[in-house]
Design a protein around this ligand. Sequence first.
Ligand code: NDP
Length: 292
Amino acid sequence: EKTPLTLLGLGTMGTALARAWLAAGHPLTVWNRTAARAEPLAADGATVAATAAEAVAAGGLVVVCLLDDASVAEALTDADLTGKDLVDLTTGTPDQARDRAAWAQARGARFLDGGIMAVPPMIGAPGSGAYVFYSGSRALFDAHRDTLAVPARTEYVGEDPRLAALHDVALLSAMYGMFAGVAHAFALVREEDVALKDFASLLAGWLTAMTASVHGTADHLRSGDYTTGVASNLAMQVAGTATLLCTAEEQGVSPELLTPYLDLMKRRLADGHGDEDTTGVIDLLGHRTDRA
Ligand code: NDP
């Protein structure tokens, strides 16, 4: 009585998804461009389809997890999507998700886009923290939420199909900002008499404590007043950047990961916003202009 489903794409992530659904007892039809990658799953009970079109024909719920959006278009060219529920877990941009949703709907399918916030070993592992952002057809999500929750927790973020990819990319972008700061910090200390293991613990603790600031940023953006509850104002912070840059120079470390952000803080201060914290930097970054 577990919902049967079809999965296209047996890369590292697709294989992890397949194993999770098989382990939970879902009848699973799989297809992969390179057929050999399906063999281990066949041994575990999956039905292997010879073509993507045949795999799609086998089930009502069709999940795709391929390299990129172009490979999704290519793989599904000959498939009849009439009456299907298509869930696209391939990473892409928000506009690609919007266009793929329109494309799927024009072919008679309901469409849900997903953004996977996990690496393959976290899939199907309760307590790993893995989850998937979903956006698009609420009806599809509600019909299949139990099946979708098998590989990872679900986080539905709205009917606009762009929203899952947007959340995914926003979180990843923030992560790279953090990685940049971590790289600079290690560059400063690596050749000193500093126990790197202990330093890593201090760094992790500091970053964790600082994440609370995102709630204040959200409050500022919602109210439009960037000056309430400011503990460290921009004028003070910009004055402190001299110490950051001088220390980098003393240590022989390039400031190139730091300067783009510090320069934006200085611009905001120069615009007369010394009584804010750093929320105003967001206003300097721009936004898409095709909104009604
Ligand atoms: P892999 O590189 O391991 O697998 C890519 C898959 O795409 C393979 O099944 C490959 O088939 C298939 N493929 C590529 N091009 C085409 C094409 N033109 N037509 C048909 N099939 C094609 O990637 P992953 O499994 O790791 O990732 C899959 C998706 O999941 C990506 O969008 C990725 O961003 C996303 N993801 C991955 C994470 C990870 O940590 N791995 C984390 C979060 C998201 P073949 O075997 O024939 O080459």
